[in-house]
Structures are given as structure tokens and as C-alpha cells.
Design a protein around this ligand. Structure first.
Ligand code: URA
Length: 278
């Protein structure tokens, strides 16, 4: 028979939790998980997937997933009303539609040259980014800086942001709802920077912004057309490249060979665009 011992005094219970790895308080109120239905597995790719999602050839894409829920419609209206990067940032500062904001320390908006030719979009801020309020400033950011430098791009000459503007607690995968709430702001972010080339680093960014379901192994190393809708059903196309995330390369250095190939493709595309510029 199991004997139940007396509960620990609160301070000891807290110490025990911290020792066991619970280093963040992530909610204002306790949650009775026994009373909840089993949640759907977290997914980074917003549903529904496009009908052509299984195609392995490079495609033209306009992300459509956020058009479905009222919350996403609200995000879209707020994001679209921003006419500058400053007003987009201000809109996010007051936007309460993404629950990640409650647990994050800082909004992580963007960094770099607002008129950059190259806009890099990663997944979500980590602990260091959350502390500093800037994207890619931790270990993977340092590798990203070195990767860019190998093809002659200084970090200050590009613009960097993420699909998520707030850190998911404990770096967990964000839910589809969190991604859908942020997506209209990311789309507006791209419109406002209006780069010549987009680079999606990691599967999460690539899948979300290309509206695809394949993993990064299939998506990387290919060029896609990211479409920005404009008036009268027309669209502006921006070439977009998917690459491995630097955090993955830190864990799997053998894949740097493929990342190098992708960096060369980026350099070639920039050269081509410069040569063809009017
Ligand atoms: N990983 C990301 O995807 N983004 C950051 O800003 C930091 C780490």
C-alpha cells in the first residue's frame, strides 16, 4: 500500500519544482488538465493545407491560412492598417490576440536595414532574443551572421525577423492559433520592407510562409514566388529561398555543406537581380 506523506511546505515545494526544471511561471491561474480534452498535437503549419501542398516542385504561393478565423481576420485588419514599420511595431505592442505575449518578456519585432534587399525570416525568439527584444542574437544568430558574412552580407545590411513575435514558453512549438494570430503581421512586415529576396530559415518559417506541408529537407534549396496581393487581383512576386535553420546546423554540422550550397544560390540570385536592375 502506498503511504501518502505530508505535502511539502510551499517554499520547499517551489525549490523542488525549480530543481526539477520548472523555471518559468507561464499562467496566471492553475489549469486542471484532467478536466480538459486531449489537445490536438501542436503544429507549426497553419491549417488547412493547400490542395497542391504535396507538390515537390517550386511553386508560386500566397499564404492563405490566416483568412479563416475571426481572430485572424482581426489581426489582418490591424496589420493592414499599419503603413510603416514603426506603426506595425506599435500595433503589435497593443495587440492582445496572441497568448504568447502574456508569457514573453519582450516583443521581438525585427532588426537590421529597413530598406534591405534581403529579408530573413526565422521561427520564433529564444531566451536570449526574449531578454534583449531583438531577433537572432543568441548562438544561432551568431552562426547566421557568419553564414551571411561568407557571401559578403553584413548583418546590418539585411532585415531579420521571425514568424512569431513572442517567445513560446520554454521554446515549445507554437500552436496553429498562435501562428495564425501573428501571420497577418508577418505578411504586412514583408510588404512594408518589400525586399528583393526573402530567405525563410527553418521548416517552420518555410512551411508557414509558403503554405506547404513538406519538411525543410524537401523545401530547402529551391526558389519560390512569394506573392503580395495588390489591387485588381494582381500580385507582386518576391523570390523566396528556404534554408536550414542555423540552430539545426549547430546540432548537425554535416548539413553545413547543403547550407553553403543555398548561400551560393542566394548570392547568385542577388547578383542576377543587380545585373537586371533597371
Ligand atoms: N531562432 C529563431 O528562429 N529566431 C530567433 O530570433 C532566434 C532563434
Amino acid at each position: 500500500m502506498t503511504m501518502l506523506s505530508d505535502p511539502l511546505p510551499p517554499l520547499e515545494a517551489l525549490r523542488w519544482s525549480v530543481d526539477a526544471g520548472a523555471d518559468e511561471a507561464i499562467g496566471d491561474a492553475p489549469i486542471n488538465r484532467y478536466a480538459q480534452e486531449a489537445p490536438a498535437p501542436p503544429s507549426f503549419a497553419p491549417e488547412p493545407a493547400r490542395a497542391d501542398a504535396q507538390a515537390t516542385t517550386p511553386s508560386t504561393t500566397t499564404p492563405s491560412a490566416a483568412a479563416i478565423s475571426p481572430l485572424a481576420q482581426d489581426s489582418r485588419r490591424i496589420a493592414q492598417s499599419a503603413d510603416s514599420l514603426e506603426s506595425l511595431r506599435a500595433a503589435l505592442e497593443t495587440f492582445d490576440g496572441c497568448p504568447l505575449k502574456k508569457t514573453a518578456t519582450n516583443l521581438v519585432f525585427g532588426d537590421g536595414e529597413p530598406n534591405a534587399d534581403v529579408m530573413i525570416i526565422g521561427e520564433a525568439p529564444g531566451a536570449e532574443e526574449d531578454r534583449k527584444g531583438a531577433p537572432f542574437v543568441g548562438a544561432s544568430g551568431q552562426l547566421l551572421d557568419r553564414m551571411l558574412a561568407t557571401i559578403g552580407l553584413a548583418r546590418e545590411s539585411v532585415y531579420i525577423t521571425n514568424v512569431l513575435f513572442w517567445r513560446p514558453p520554454g521554446n515549445r512549438n507554437p500552436t496553429s492559433a498562435e501562428v495564425a494570430a501573428c501571420l497577418p503581421f508577418v505578411q504586412r512586415h514583408i510588404e512594408l520592407v518589400s525586399p528583393k529576396v526573402l530567405v525563410f530559415v527553418g521548416g517552420a518559417a518555410a512551411k508557414t510562409l509558403l503554405d506547404r506541408t513538406e519538411g525543410i529537407m524537401r523545401l530547402r534549396g529551391k526558389w519560390y514566388d512569394y506573392q503580395i496581393p495588390v489591387d485588381a487581383g494582381d500580385a507582386i512576386s518576391i523570390p523566396a529561398l528556404a534554408m536550414f535553420h542555423p540552430a539545426y546546423l549547430l546540432r548537425t554540422p554535416a548539413q553545413k555543406r547543403l547550407a553553403w550550397r543555398d548561400l551560393l544560390a542566394l548570392r547568385a540570385k542577388l547578383g542576377e537581380l543587380t545585373r537586371n536592375a533597371p
